[in-house]
Design a protein around this ligand. Structure first.
Ligand code: ATP
Ligand code: SF4
Ligand code: MG
Length: 327
């Protein structure tokens, strides 16, 4: 039997606003096995949050069109009715959002907010059982349970994010989606939260989709990595496939790594990738990265996307590594 918790096939999402069609996600494939952590990495506007919202069934209904397949434990979620989705969200798939304050309700005590999620998905539990579970989960995320009667504003940024994580894991989901879970936090707190998430993930055996632009977090937390550019996955593989500099890489991945200070090698200055991500309503023809690519060839500037070249677990979508001249 397949161990795949999530298998996305050929997923595309378009937003239509004021007659402008934005191709935010274009024909992506992704899969996550049980207990695995997949990092989804890319610059702003790449389509990462859109992918997460598509999995959660939370895309704005009237302006978005979704095609392809999002198979969760073998069932395609696309087109599922809201009632069914509500029974999956929170209990089987849950999401940690970037900014804890937009997701926590300021007028309810944190313990109540965690308890509500447990109650919603376990209607038969008695109130004392829910209270015990709230204490247990607060302990798990490193918050003293006696702080459950406090309000979100009484917590620091890092603690609020821990509360968000507590809410997300309250029902022990099979899949946890974390969308830039530490971006709003300062660097030392980021490290603590990531360390805690990794320990929790190991304990609970959940699968995680971790969205980030921070390659350091990916290196510390993920088993597999998918690099997203202009709505496409341009390179994917295991952590070794992506982080081993001696292997072949998509020019965008090379640019991403080049634009970061390397902790092992001393760098005097950063080299950001030239140019900007194209707007999804005006994607270039051919390879979407060609206007920024230092290796751009005539074949890259028109026609279809480059074919995907595959070597074991490693996939690159680029004409430098086509099927004939594989990796
Ligand atoms: N509700 C919406 N209506 C119209 N366009 C949208 C909407 N939400 C996102 N988009 C567009 O879709 C594209 C992808 O956005 P998305 O939020 O998925 O990117 P992202 O990779 O999460 O970026 P970031 O790193 O900044 O969070 C962007 O160009 C964005 O402007
Ligand atoms: S297909 Fe061409 S333009 Fe695109 S990344 Fe590869 S070499 Fe660069
Ligand atoms: Mg985002």
């Amino acid at each position: 039997m397949s161990n795949k918790i999530l298998e996305i096939k050929n997923l595309s999402v378009q937003y239509t606003t004021d007659k402008i069609v934005s191709h935010a996600v274009n024909n992506i494939d992704l899969s996550i096995e049980k207990g695995e952590v997949l990092g989804l990495v890319g610059e702003t506007g790449a389509g990462k949050t859109t992918t997460a919202l598509a999995i959660m069934g939370l895309l704005p209904r009237y302006i978005s069109t979704v095609t392809g397949e999002i198979n969760f434990k073998g069932e395609n979620l696309i087109g599922l009715n809201e009632k069914k989705y509500r029974s999956i969200r929170g209990s089987q798939i849950s999401m940690i959002f970037q900014d804890p304050m937009t997701s926590l309700n300021p007028v309810f005590k944190v313990g109540e907010q965690i308890g509500d999620v447990i109650k919603f998905h376990n209607r038969k539990l008695h109130s004392h059982e829910i209270a015990d579970k709230v204490d247990e989960i607060l302990n798990l995320v490193g918050i003293p349970p006696d702080r459950k009667n406090e309000y979100p504003h009484q917590f620091s940024g890092g603690m609020k994010q821990r509360v968000m994580i507590a809410i997300a894991i309250a029902c022990n989901p099979d899949l946890l989606i974390a969308d830039e879970p530490t971006t709003a936090l300062d660097v030392t707190i980021q490290a603590q939260v990531i360390k805690m998430m990794r320990a929790l993930q190991k304990d609970l055996g959940s699968s995680v989709l971790l969205i980030t632009h921070d390659l350091g977090i990916v290196a510390n937390f993920c088993d597999k990595v998918a690099i997203m550019y202009a709505g496409e996955i341009v390179e994917a593989g295991t952590l070794e496939d992506i982080f081993d500099k001696s292997r072949d890489h998509h020019p965008y991945t090379v640019g991403l790594f080049g634009s970061l200070p390397n902790i092992l090698e001393r760098t005097d200055r950063l080299e950001p990738i030239k140019g900007l991500t194209p707007h999804p309503s005006e994607l270039p023809e051919g390879c979407k990265f060609h206007p920024r690519c230092p290796h751009c060839m005539p074949i890259c500037q028109a026609g279809d996307n480059p074919a995907k070249a595959t070597s074991g677990t490693h996939v690159i979508q680029c004409h430098l590594f086509n099927k004939e001249k594989s990796l």
